[in-house]
Every structure is written in C-alpha cells, then in structure tokens.
Ligand binder design. Structure first.
Ligand code: FES
Length: 239
C-alpha cells in the first residue's frame, strides 16, 4: 500500500476507555495528533498549536461559545472539534480570528473498544470488521497494546507468520489495509483482530483485540489467558 493508501486507512491510536476528560497525544505516520472527547464525540486535531507550536494535547477541555473547546496550554487559544480557532485571549471582545489559525482535523471512530484515526478525512477506507467482535456469543476482552521500535509492516508480517502457533490452528482474515489482520481458530472459539499503527517509519504500536466464547474451557479468567497469549506473541517478536 502506498503512503497515500495509509493516509486513508484507519489506524488505532488508543484504547477508548483510556480517553477521559482530558486530551491525549498520539502519533500516526509521523503526524502528532491530539485526541479528546468533545461534545459527545471524539476529536483529533494536529497536535501543534497554530500560534507557537505548543502541543495541544498538553491543554484541557473547557466549555466555550461553541460547546466544548480544546485550550492550548501556552497562551490559551481555543479550538473547536473541527480545528477552527474560536478564541484568542489577546483579542478581547474583538474576536475577529484569521483563517491561518486553523489546525487540521482528522476523522475519528470509536470501534471495537479503540479510538481509530484516518488522516485523509475526505477519503477514509473501510474500518476492519470481524464478525466475532460483533457476535453476542463471544466475550470481548481487554484490548492489549504494545509499542515497537520496528516498522508497522514488520510487526504485522510476524503476526501473520506466527498467529497459528500462538493462538491455535485456524484461518487468517485480511483487510483492505495491510496493517490489519485477524486470526480465528478452527473451532471458532477464539478470534483476534490485530492491527499495527505506524507511529513513524521506524516505530509502531500494535493493538490486540480478542474475543472468546466463554464456554471454550479456557477457565474462569479468560482475560488472563488472553494476556498470556499476547505476551507469548510479544516475546517472539523481541526474539
Ligand atoms: S502556543 Fe498555543 S496559544 Fe500560544
């Protein structure tokens, strides 16, 4: 997939339950991104203030004239969820704000317990979907995430090569993005959606989203079994 394709792909950035009432900074394809819950949705803005380049993810959310706004920590310029600057304190009552103060906004989705970002909001591809993660017979487990000093494709290639021996015999599902894949065991008892986000050209973050049918005999602590499987996979990558 070309860089253009990766711009329009969806990339998981954080577990959704880790996003509380304050912004979090992330990185996708060398792009710094500030992610925040605003006005009932999730906003993702370039994490660089238009004023003097401060990280907006170091700021906070406040209620302004246009609902919830993201406040820059340095001089308190405020941005709406679309990236438009809505308030500059130095302007006082004369809030005539020039257009150059706008920062890019990216498309976001909350999907399978993760926050996903697409940098090309006008041409986003399909999100990866796995029936097991939407099937009430399965129990969705904690999302496990890990940072790597490896290119995203290298981590994904390793998952594809080793998923069967780590999770159990089964079948691989590929998606439009080469950086997402799933493994479903032959008995359909376990399913893992694995996606890797390129932070830079040389670093990445993986997300392991697993579902298990509770009657599979894995015992009472299915989540612990899943963590052990994920740990086993991670150890093989380091090796
Ligand atoms: S750097 Fe953001 S308001 Fe000045």
């Amino acid at each position: 997939m070309s860089d253009t394709g990766l711009q329009s792909a969806w990339h998981a950035v954080i577990a959704a339950d880790s996003l509380k009432d304050w912004p979090i900074g992330a990185s996708v394809l060398d792009e710094p991104v500030a992610i925040a819950r605003m006005n009932g949705g999730i906003a993702a803005l370039r994490d660089v203030c238009a004023h003097m380049d401060a990280a907006l993810s170091g700021g906070w959310i406040m209620r302004g004239a246009e609902g919830e706004e993201l406040v820059c920590p340095n001089h308190r310029w405020r941005y709406n969820a679309g990236g438009r600057c809505t308030h500059i304190p130095e302007l006082g009552d004369e809030q005539v704000i020039p257009d150059w103060t706008r920062v890019p906004a990216y498309a976001t989705r909350e999907h399978y317990g993760a926050v996903w970002v697409c940098l090309d909001a006008d041409a986003c591809a399909e999100l990866p979907r796995l029936p097991a993660l939407e099937d009430p017979r399965y129990e969705r487990l904690t999302i496990l995430t890990r940072a790597w000093k490896l290119p995203a494709q290298a981590v994904m290639d390793h998952f594809i090569a080793i998923a069967g021996s780590i999770i159990g015999p089964g079948a691989l599902t590929r998606f439009a993005s080469p950086l997402s894949a799933a493994w479903v065991t032959r008995d359909a008892q376990q399913a893992v959606l694995f996606t890797v986000t390129p932070l830079t050209g040389k670093a990445s973050r993986s997300f392991w989203i697993a579902a298990t049918q509770p009657e599979n005999g894995a015992g009472a602590d299915i989540e612990a079994v899943n963590e052990q499987t994920h740990d086993a996979f991670c150890r093989t990558v380091i090796a």
